[in-house]
Write a protein that binds this ligand. Structure first.
Ligand code: ATP
Length: 217
């Protein structure tokens, strides 16, 4: 059974850094599918700029032409805080022993010890951590210890077990964040080539990230 990837995020909005990373991870780890799981109410960060249902539609449009990518709206349907551990528990119950791979950028991985029930995550899934400009892997502390115990040197190790490994992935590092995208949009600049064209079109048509006060009335 080929592994199933899970790419969670606020996606406020989705951009080419997310997409390229997910695509390269799918190729490297031979993931049968990557589920994009938008967070409804992400813990540990300010309220998203755009409401969840609209962020979800941007993700849907962004991944529509890639057969390996799928949208998973369970965190919107579930309601409450969008805890990844709950999502992984649900998925584990659905897929049986198939390997699950939670895909993260290095910045997100470094924040893991603040996540709800974080020590249970590697019981439920592998972690594939993509390098991201400006963020170094942990050398010590609880994450350093996790890496020392669970580091996988090859993708094959992830395919051979349902969960439990940490894999660092050094693919193309796209120096782009949703924060930067929001700034581009708020200042009236054009996000062309930073995100899929259908998403750019939807955002410009709806004025979703325009500076407050613009596109009103
Ligand atoms: P923000 O700037 O609002 O914090 P973000 O661009 O980091 O947003 P998120 O939706 O918070 O995007 O991130 C979802 C996941 O995608 C996280 O695991 C994050 O590390 C990863 N990610 C985001 N941008 C990149 C990128 N350019 N390269 C690799 N991973 C990324």
């Amino acid at each position: 059974m080929r592994p199933l990837g899970i790419f969670g995020g606020t996606f406020d909005p989705i951009h080419n850094g997310h997409l390229r990373t997910a695509f390269e991870l799918a190729e490297c780890l031979d993931l049968e599918r990557v589920l994009f799981v938008p967070a409804a109410d992400p813990p540990h960060r300010p309220v998203p700029r755009v409401r969840a249902a609209q962020r979800l539609e941007f993700v849907r449009a962004a991944i529509a032409d890639e057969p390996r990518f799928a949208l998973d709206d369970r965190e919107l349907r579930r309601g409450g805080r969008s805890y990844t551990v709950l999502t992984l528990e649900e998925l584990r119950a659905e897929v049986g022993p198939r390997p699950l791979v939670l895909c993260l950028g290095m910045d997100a991985f470094l924040g893991l010890p603040a996540w709800h029930r974080w020590t249970e995550l590697t019981r439920l899934a592998h972690l594939a951590v993509a390098h991201r400009p400006g963020f170094a892997p942990p050398a010590d502390g609880p994450l350093g210890e996790l890496v020392a115990r669970r580091l996988a040197a090859t993708p094959g190790e992830l395919a051979a077990a349902p969960a439990g490994c940490v894999f660092f992935f050094a693919g193309t590092q796209v120096e782009l964040s949703a924060t930067e995208l929001r700034s581009v949009l708020e200042t009236g600049r054009d996000p062309r080539y930073l995100m899929p064209e259908p998403v750019r079109r939807m955002i410009l048509d709806t004025g979703a990230y325009a500076r407050p006060g613009e596109n009103e009335g």
